[in-house]
Structures are given as structure tokens and as C-alpha cells.
Design a binder for this molecule. Structure first.
Ligand code: GLN
Length: 533
């Protein structure tokens, strides 16, 4: 029998529903259950791929090439569940599919309505990810009270009535604000938020309470009484130093035990959270710190490079080092000059992005790290900017650029492949998902991965222009990785005699890094940066 957990959020957004859902997944896996996770997003975009990183944060790419919400990144980092196209469902997808079916005549004779047509479609999508799983955790995007998420809430309410009592469980993540002037934690917003859920027929059984101060017994009793939940099901979700502590914080309050009890499932005697304790211990115990510069155009929003920051933490774990990020806005480099902005960094990472804004700053940053021999990891746009920099300042092609920025460039070292030239629509048409790559021996990349063939995820339209391979080679560039079947450049490096660590990849290694298995390129980059410091 399949079990379904639904996670909603109340009071304000950004409480960390994704991390909470991922942590629940981790705890249930530790109990030996197979889990699957699903994110329901209330917006009308078919996927977040067409949104600006400033609107939405990072777009997380799955192995099968879906452009998804960044919470799927947390799911993959915290659990063994593999995310696919099916694990992120938006209102846009639901309406798209219902309207397409209507035109095909699938509902012939009927009036097509939100209930039951939209809600049935939502329920089908939830069931679709339950194959191979004992428990499906569904996170509902948005905040209770939003107009947009009502069809999702109605669907999960129906599932609760249609399935047996202990096959579904509603968990609500809420905020207990601390009012400094009164010196008090306040429960009223939570009471209202749960009241709102009850109005639409949902009674959460467990409350995860985000708070900056500990919740005492009295407060827990009050929340329990007013929100109609058991006191031991009022779980404190106190601000944590780092996200990997959260499964442990939850488990200490027996969240796993309470969930299993509600679902009528057995609890194992031992609790296999050893691997979590180990990484948290490493992060806490180390007194080694390393400053890494993150040079990009979206640094103002923490969420824009979520997986990059996490992969750096993982690279730090592999080297028993705590990473301090220095966020460097590439547009500011153009204004303030590169020297002052890069002060104090032991290594530089340059993530992906789109459009011409901030590009010249990124190119100056590459020139700086190349000349000062500072360890460098360029990713996607970061790789394309390093190719442009090398073309301009090492190979002597002053006008070198990407045709994304300068379509008239006489040295288009980054160009469009013929198949992309024909593309007319924007959504889901980039080179997306996992592709194989063959590594060259005696390179930094080979040294890191220690194998010939790797698979990494992609999300880009433009590629290195093969017409320039020879010139680059003559100037000390090593093509360390190429796509096995397409002859596309995947990794460029500088000759190890010229630079201690200069690696730039067309793919996004950050999406596959996990705290328990740090990505080899991130580990190698951090190691090289420690040596530089
Ligand atoms: N804008 C570049 C391209 O489309 C890089 C994309 C990225 O960094 N993800 O090829």
C-alpha cells in the first residue's frame, strides 16, 4: 500500500519547505523505506526554465533534461530518490494537458472544470511518481491562503478522503515569530494559517515550527491546543547553522517516529543516521576556512546559484574545510576594477548565466585568475567566458566573443550548433540533461574523476566553436573532455605547467554533487585552492 505525505507552508514564504521535505525523505530512507518526492508549483509557466534567476532562483536540471524547481536539488542531495520530468508539476503543465485533452475531445459532451478535471489531473500526477516508492512526499509550493495553490490543496484533501485514514498525512510548516519588544514568541499567525487549512478541509497532524528561539513546553501546548494537533507533533524547526543538521534536529524530536505512527508503518529499532552525523561533525569540527570568490551576474540573490554553493560545501567536506563565499558581482567588476574586488580569494568559481549584462566583468575576472595563477572553475557561461578571454588575450583575437553577445563578432569562439539555429521557441529547447563525455588522460579532470567516461548535465544553447580548436591548442589550451558522439568541447583546461588549476566545463557538475559524495571536480578545485592559500 502506498503512503502519501503532503507538506504545505504557512504564514510567509521562504521557510524552507524544500529542505523540510527533503529532510523528511532522508529520515524515512534511514528507516528503510523507499521514497519519492514531488514538487507542485502553482505558477502558470510550464517549467521555471523561462523565468529569470532573480524571479525564481536556480533552475535545477535533472538527468533526463527537465528544467525544474531548485527544491528538486535538495531532494537529490538529501535522498537517493532520482528526480525526473515527472517530479516537478506546475499549474501550467496541468492546464496545458487538460486543455489539450479538451481539444482532442477527451471530455466530449462535458463542461471542463477545475473540479474535477484539473484536480483529477493533479491526483494522477501525484500517483505517477509513486511507482517504486513506499512513501511519496508531495511539497505544495506557495503559502496557504494563496489563490493559486487552491486546486492543489483541494486535490490532496480529496486524496485524504478517498484513501484509507492512515495512508495520507498532512504536515504544515509554519513560522513562530519572535517579537523582540515584547520578548515573546507569537503563535497567532500559526493558529490562523492552520485555521485556513481547516476551512478547506485539511487538518494537519504535524506542525514544523520555524523559529529563532527554542519553543518551551508552554508554547508547544498552546500551539497544540489551538491548532488541534498532539503536543509531541509540534516540532521545533529552529534556525540551523547549516542545512545538513536539519534531519538530525528533526529526528531528535522523534519526527520520524511520529510520521511512521500516523502512517501505520513500523519503526526500526536502530536509526541509521550515521552518515548525517559524520558530515555535520566534519563541518563543525574543522577550523580550516577557505575563501572562494563566486563571480557571477546573479550573486545578489542567494538562491540563484543554490547547487553551486552546496557543491562548494561538499568540496569543503571532502577536504575538511569550511568554505566562506565571497560573492563578486561581475557588473561591479566593470565599475570598480578587478583587483580590489578579488582581494583575499584563494580560488574562483564562475557559474552559468544568460545574456550580455556583466560579461566584460567576468572576462576581466578570468584574465585576473589566469595571470595570477589562482585556481579557477568555470561552469557553462563561466567556461564560455574563459574561452573568450583566452581567445582575446592569449590567442590575440581582439574581437573574440560569443554570438549570444555579439552576433557580428569576427571571431565567434562560442557559437550555435546547426540544430540550435533552427530552434524558434524558448521553452525546453536548450541542450538539456545528461550527455556522455570522454576524458583525456593526464589532465586535471581525469585526475579528479579517475575514469575515461563520465555523464554530466547540461543546460545551454551555445557551444565552443570547433574552428578554433587548433589555435587554442597551440596556445596551451587542453581539451580535456569532449562529448563522445558529437565532437563537442565539454572541458577546457590550461596546461598544468602554465597554471595550477584552470578547469572550465560546458556542463554543470554542481547538479550531481551530494554531501556524502562530493563532486570530484569540486573536491579537486577546493584542494587546489587550499594549496594556493
Ligand atoms: N548562455 C549560455 C548558453 O546558453 C550559457 C548557459 C549557462 O550558463 N547555463 O549557452
Amino acid at each position: 500500500m502506498k503512503k502519501f505525505i503532503f507538506v504545505t507552508g504557512g504564514v510567509v514564504s521562504s521557510l524552507g519547505k524544500g529542505i523540510a521535505s527533503a529532510s523528511i525523505g532522508a529520515l524515512l530512507e534511514a528507516q528503510g523505506y523507499r521514497i519519492s518526492l514531488l514538487k507542485l508549483d502553482p505558477y502558470l509557466n510550464v517549467d521555471p526554465g523561462t523565468m529569470s534567476p532573480f524571479q525564481h532562483g536556480e533552475v535545477y536540471v535533472t538527468e533526463d533534461g527537465a528544467e525544474t524547481d531548485l527544491d528538486l536539488g535538495h531532494y537529490e542531495r538529501f535522498t537517493n530518490a532520482r528526480m525526473t520530468f515527472r517530479n516537478n508539476v506546475t499549474s501550467g503543465q496541468i492546464y496545458n494537458s487538460v486543455i489539450t485533452k479538451e481539444r482532442e475531445g477527451a471530455y466530449l459532451g462535458k463542461t471542463v472544470q477545475v473540479v474535477p478535471h484539473i484536480t483529477n489531473e493533479i491526483k494522477e500526477r501525484i500517483n505517477a511518481v509513486s511507482e517504486n516508492a513506499d512513501i511519496v512526499i508531495t511539497e505544495i509550493g506557495g503559502t496557504v491562503g494563496d489563490i493559486e495553490s487552491l486546486p492543489f490543496l483541494e486535490s490532496v484533501r480529496q486524496m485524504h478522503v478517498q484513501l484509507t485514514e492512515n495512508d495520507t498525512l498532512h504536515i504544515h510548516l509554519t513560522l513562530i515569530p519572535y517579537i523582540g519588544a515584547a520578548g515573546e514568541l507569537k503563535t497567532k499567525p500559526t493558529q490562523h494559517s492552520v485555521g485556513r487549512l481547516r476551512e478547506i478541509g485539511i487538518q494537519p497532524k504535524i506542525l514544523l515550527c520555524r523559529t529563532e528561539k527554542q519553543l518551551n513546553d508552554e508554547i508547544k501546548e498552546k500551539i497544540a491546543l489551538f491548532c488541534n494537533v498532539r503536543k509531541e507533533a509540534v516540532i521545533e524547526a529552529i534556525d540551523a547553522d547549516q542545512v545538513y543538521e536539519i534531519p538530525l534536529l528533526f529526528s531528535r524530536q522523534n519526527l520520524d517516529g511520529i510520521i511512521l505512527e500516523y502512517l501505520g508503518l513500523k519503526r526500526k529499532k536502530g536509526n541509521d543516521l550515521k552518515k548525517w552525523k559524520k558530515i555535520v561533525g566534519t563541518l563543525r569540527q574543522t577550523d580550516r576556512e577557505l575563501v572562494i570568490g563566486v563571480v557571477g551576474k546573479y550573486v545578489k540573490l542567494q538562491d540563484s546559484y543554490k547547487s553551486i554553493y552546496e557543491a562548494l560545501v561538499h568540496g569543503g567536506i571532502a577536504n575538511k574545510t569550511r568554505i566562506i563565499y565571497k560573492k563578486i558581482d561581475s557588473e561591479m567588476i566593470e565599475e570598480k576594477g578587478v583587483e580590489s574586488m578579488m582581494e583575499g580569494v584563494s580560488g574562483v568559481i564562475m557559474p552559468g548565466g544568460f545574456g550580455i549584462r556583466g560579461i566584460e566583468g567576468m572576462i576581466s575576472a578570468v584574465k585576473y585568475v589566469r595571470e595570477k595563477r589562482i585556481p579557477f572553475l568555470g561552469i557553462c557561461l563561466g567556461m564560455q567566458c574563459s574561452a573568450i578571454e583566452i581567445a582575446r588575450h592569449v590567442c590575440g583575437m581582439q574581437d573574440a566573443s560569443s554570438i549570444e553577445f555579439h552576433p557580428q563578432s569576427t571571431s565567434p569562439v562560442i557559437c550555435l550548433m546547426p540544430e540550435q539555429n533552427a530552434v524558434k521557441t524558448m521553452g525546453g529547447t536548450m541542450r538539456l540533461g545528461a550527455y556522455p563525455c570522454t576524458l583525456k588522460k593526464n589532465t586535471h579532470s581525469f585526475g579528479a574523476y579517475r575514469k575515461n567516461r563520465i555523464d554530466e548535465r547540461h543546460r545551454h544553447r551555445y557551444e565552443f566553436n570547433n574552428d578554433y580548436r587548433e589555435v587554442f591548442k597551440k596556445n596551451g589550451v587542453v581539451f580535456a573532455g569532449t562529448c563522445c558522439n558529437k565532437n563537442l568541447v565539454e572541458i577546457i583546461e590550461l596546461d598544468a605547467r602554465k597554471h595550477p588549476f584552470f578547469v572550465a566545463t560546458q556542463f554543470h557538475p554542481e547538479f550531481k554533487s551530494k554531501p556524502f559524495s562530493p563532486h570530484p571536480l569540486f573536491s579537486a578545485f577546493i584542494k587546489a585552492s587550499i594549496a594556493k592559500r
